[in-house]
Design a protein around this ligand. Structure first.
Ligand SMILES: [Zn+2]
Length: 104
């Protein structure tokens, strides 16, 4: 396994914003604790920003306010693009935690 330069650093709101598609980046609206922007759901081409990105206490919270996209689908978009998550096999995070491999 290759060395993870981002080890120990959990993605923050800005990291999530960094990997947004251009369309969403161009239309970031500041709201309390985060942003409202165009949804990254595959089948959801919203006319007006409908996805919330907010800094929670422990994690970044992603939500489609149009209720068209599941939280899992939206999170998958970010998991595929953020370096931090690329070192963890998809869907196996809990498994690795149990095995005590999460030294991140
Ligand atoms: Zn959506």
């Amino acid at each position: 396994m290759s060395y993870n330069p981002l080890r120990g650093r959990k993605p923050q709101l800005d990291d999530f914003v960094n990997v947004l598609p251009v369309r969403s980046k161009k239309n970031l609206i500041s709201v309390k604790r985060g942003y409202l922007t165009h949804c990254v759901g595959q089948n959801h081409l919203d006319k007006n920003p409908s996805m919330g990105l907010m800094q929670g206490d422990n994690n970044v919270i992603v939500k489609c306010f149009a209720d068209k996209c599941s939280k899992q689908e939206l999170l998958q978009y970010f998991y595929d693009r953020l370096e931090y998550y690329k070192f963890k096999p998809k869907g196996k995070i809990k498994y690795f935690k149990r095995r005590g491999v999460n030294a991140w």
